[in-house]
Design a protein around this ligand. Structure first.
Ligand SMILES: *Cc1c(COP(=O)(O)O)cnc(C)c1O
Length: 424
């Protein structure tokens, strides 16, 4: 099946006479005839549902659709993108371990790694997404358990050299985990380039309509956890599950099974079945929406570039933009709807531009159907001084513009009048 067909048909397969649309199984529990049967479920000896914190049919069908879209063997939904990032690493790293991460990652993920997970005793080394092979190799330690990066970073729009990062990870016997939120599997399928685990904030394009916060982790099934002794949580008996060894019992499903049976059981960041239903509905049109987001964004980026009102426009889908060459390799059909640009006239012009917008909305959100716009220097990074802004690569005149799927003429007219207002 092609990706477009998987968006429609993947995951849920109704039998004769069953509902055509994925039913919302809004039930915490499941009934059984005997306690012996239920006991087998608890011991992971038989497949089946018993409590929604571990598994639920609506959540599982939606996860299976995303696994199919990414070309993976299994997936697990989480209640947010943050939970997906946390679980993806915590599933294979514990106190005393170390992770190499790209520095060009979502601010919330950076905080999770740099502050909260350090408190759990897991150390991180941050590297540039443009790091050379030597620089990457130098970041590894004997206790390194994973490499983490974003395929197209939020908000800096760096395109990851997935093959280079995968090569470095594999040379050190660890998996490459990538957050593929911005390109989505419509534009980039990281497993085809050697990534081992993919995460998403489904809150963005996958949901697409700004209704549900959510996340997902997908396993390619390609990483051999038994090649070294780095992953005892997967390759030695789990005392909290009657001595099951995940790799022996579940083979290619070991990583996702452990995340479900151990992390979800103990930490419980599940989405509600209703949110999984909304996510599945969003996925049905993902291919159409992403294509239009990219068409519109390219037109807006070109318009901004040619307007004479900008100092730099970053849109890796546009020839001449930073990141274009790598994007041609890893996401040749398009990158995402997100553009960043530096407007002429500094902070004052940026503010005037934002305030003049009529179609585009000012919102702390990216990557959904509505065009929205953010001025990092006066919102998300407002507490920083002018010098601190420069240090973290956010100039006072930087605007992040997330292009939606409205008619392009309305968007261009809005950008035109806002640019004019900004230069007065
Ligand atoms: C938004 C986002 C996250 C966090 O996701 P939530 O669903 O908001 O928890 C993680 N990674 C990227 C790239 C994001 O854009």
């Amino acid at each position: 099946m092609h990706t477009e067909t998987k968006c429609i048909l993947g995951g849920y397969n109704p039998n004769n006479g069953e509902p055509r649309q994925l039913p919302i199984t809004q039930s915490t529990t499941f009934r059984y005839e005997s306690s012996v049967e239920m006991g087998k479920l608890f011991d992971l000896e038989a497949p089946g549902y018993f409590y929604t914190r571990l598994q639920n049919p609506t959540n599982d069908a939606t996860a299976a659709k995303i696994a199919a879209l990414e070309g993976g063997v299994a997936a697990i939904l989480t209640s947010s993108g943050q939970a997906a990032s946390f679980y993806s690493v915590f599933n294979i790293a514990a106190a005393g371990d170390h992770v190499v991460s790209s520095a060009a990652i979502y601010g919330g993920t950076f905080n999770l790694f740099n502050v909260t997970m350090r408190k759990l005793g897991i150390d991180f080394t941050f590297v540039s997404p443009q790091a050379t092979a030597e620089e990457l190799a130098a970041a590894f330690r004997p206790n390194t358990k994973a490499v983490f990066a974003e395929t197209l970073s939020n908000p800096s729009l760096d395109v990851l050299d997935i093959e280079e990062f995968a090569k470095a990870a594999h040379a050190h016997g660890v998996p490459l985990i990538v957050d593929n939120t911005f390109p989505t599997p419509i534009n980039c399928r990281p497993f085809e380039f050697g990534a081992d685990i993919v995460t998403h904030s489904t809150t963005k394009y996958m949901d697409g309509h700004a209704t549900s916060v959510g996340g997902v982790i997908v396993d390619s099934g390609n990483f051999d956890w038994t090649q070294n002794d780095k992953f005892p949580g997967l390759t030695t008996p789990d005392d909290s599950y009657h001595g099951i060894t995940y790799t022996e019992r579940f083979g290619k499903l070991a990583y996702i099974t452990k995340a479900t049976a151990q992390l979800m059981r103990d930490l419980g960041s599940i989405p509600s079945p209703f949110n999984a239903f909304l996510l599945n509905l969003g996925l049905e049109t993902l291919h159409l929406r992403v294509e239009r987001h990219c068409q519109n964004a390219l037109r807006v980026a070109e318009y901004l570039r040619d307007s004479g009102c900008t100092e730099e426009v970053t849109y890796p889908g546009m020839p001449g933009s930073r990141g274009y060459d790598l994007a041609q390799k890893y996401m040749p059909n398009g990158t995402s709807g997100v553009i960043s640009f530096r407007i002429k006239g500094g902070r004052e012009a940026a503010t005037k531009f934002m305030d003049a917008l009529k179609v585009a909305e000012i919102a702390t959100h990216v990557a959904d159907a509505r065009t929205c716009c953010l001025h990092p220097a006066s919102t998300t990074h407002r507490q920083l001084t002018a010098q601190e802004l420069i240090d973290c690569g956010i100039s006072e005149n930087l605007i992040r513009f997330s292009v939606g799927i409205e008619h392009i003429d309305d968007l261009l007219a809005d950008v035109q009048q806002a640019l004019e207002a900004s230069q007065k």
